[in-house]
Design a protein around this ligand. Structure first.
Ligand SMILES: Cc1cc2nc3c(=O)[nH]c(=O)nc-3n(C[C@H](O)[C@H](O)[C@H](O)COP(=O)(O)OP(=O)(O)OC[C@H]3O[C@@H](n4cnc5c(N)ncnc54)[C@H](O)[C@@H]3O)c2cc1C
Length: 349
């Protein structure tokens, strides 16, 4: 049977689509803004196929509740991140899942569900924290077709296992998210990027809580935010020059323990790669040809890290080599998605 693109506007419709996939022994790939798809290689590409359908969630969109005084918001998972950001901006608030721009500067159409599934915050992750720190509650449908929720709508409302954190970064493999409640914070009154070519040891200690630090082969970009006077004073003390935001390469993304970023950068500097690093996060953004990116992957894996290929090479393993059966993840997938319906292309069990 040829693959179909199914559409769900409610959690119940998601459950129905999953139930149908189970009965027909077919795979099902949740799709948000589909901004990951063009970046993936052919072999791993989650298009409708002979044995799998796509479930698009663009109809499951919109803000459900935004009690601004509580600094929380509940949105349907298919809500574009840009739409959420502008609704929050009207209330002078924000969350770290920020709109992202593509290489051409045009905004990406990624959705809240897609970004939580990829655990992808935005350039201010250093100051704001990781996606999992901001997800208070999720509503989801498991691979068994069970509609459920985890977490609580208020900050101190959670007991039991923290399934919100488990589902954050699970890439649609355990459940389809239908609704997400996020913690918010007030927008800082001032925010600006600065740049310097001086070594970090010359200015690092003078900064208080920078929102982002991005180093490359030439220098360092720093994002400061807070009260305007405080931002200006810190930049002055550190000898930073105001600048445009950096544009890290987007061909791949390697992650290691933050303490090993320098080692990874040293190894990558020897390769034919463009790179920019966020040292405090253990993150290195890369671009290069297939050989260079696979060499970079080998270096990341040597340092117990991973590399995600986002360059659309049809032959490339996107997430790296299949780690094989995993004593922790395997049983979890068995419990939540026993028939391996969700994201069937991702990993073997
Ligand atoms: C220039 C550029 C740079 C990028 N940089 C990065 C990067 O650094 N790191 C990175 O990870 N990605 C990156 N991406 C890819 C992509 O933007 C992100 O992965 C984003 O999170 C995808 O969001 P989306 O809504 O478009 O999801 P989609 O592309 O539709 O789906 C992405 C994944 O999330 C799952 N998913 C989507 N919605 C749900 C849901 N409601 N419930 C369960 N699973 C769901 C899908 O099954 C799929 O596995 C980049 C893309 C571009 C164009």
């Amino acid at each position: 049977m040829a693959g179909a693109v199914l559409r769900a506007e409610t959690a119940e419709e998601v459950a129905e689509a999953i139930g149908q996939a189970r009965r027909q022994a077919r795979g099902l790939e949740a799709r948000g803004g589909a901004t990951l798809l063009p970046r993936l290689g052919g072999a791993a590409r989650p298009e409708p196929s002979e044995d799998a359908d796509v479930l698009t969630l663009d109809g499951l969109s919109g803000v459900v509740d935004h009690p601004a005084a509580d600094l929380t918001v509940t949105v349907r998972a298919g809500t574009p991140v840009a739409e959420l950001a502008s609704a929050l901006a009207e209330a002078g608030q924000e969350c770290p899942i920020e709109p992202l721009a593509g290489a051409d500067g045009a905004p990406l159409g990624s959705t809240v569900g897609g970004r939580v599934s990829a655990a992808l915050a935005g350039p201010r992750q250093l100051g704001a924290g990781r996606v999992r720190d901001w997800v208070l509650r999720v509503r989801y449908v498991t691979g068994e077709g069970r509609v459920a929720h985890a977490g609580g709508a208020t900050v101190k409302d959670v007991t039991g296992y923290d399934l919100c954190r488990l589902l954050t970064g699970s890439w649609g493999t355990l459940a389809v998210l239908t609704e997400v409640t996020l913690k918010l914070r007030p927008r800082p009154p001032a925010r600006a990027w600065y740049r310097t070519t001086r070594p970090p040891s010359a200015w690092w200690a003078t900064l208080h809580d920078p929102a982002a630090i991005v180093t490359d082969a030439v220098g360092t970009s720093v994002l400061l935010e807070g009260h305007p006077d405080d931002v200006a004073e810190q930049a002055d003390a550190a000898g930073l020059e105001e600048s445009t935001p950096p544009t890290p390469p987007t061909g791949a993304r390697a992650v290691v323990a933050p303490s090993r970023t320098d080692e990874l950068v040293a190894a990558i500097s020897e390769l034919d790669c463009a790179w920019a690093a966020e040292p405090a996060l253990g993150l290195v953004h890369l671009a290069g040809d297939a050989t260079a990116l696979e060499q970079a992957r080998a270096q990341a894996e040597r340092l117990d890290g991973r590399l995600l290929r986002l360059d659309g090479d049809a032959q490339a393993p996107v997430f790296g080599h299949d780690p094989g059966p995993d004593p922790y993840a395997g049983p979890l997938r068995e419990a939540l998605d026993p028939d391996a319906v969700l994201a069937p292309w991702r990993w073997s069990r």
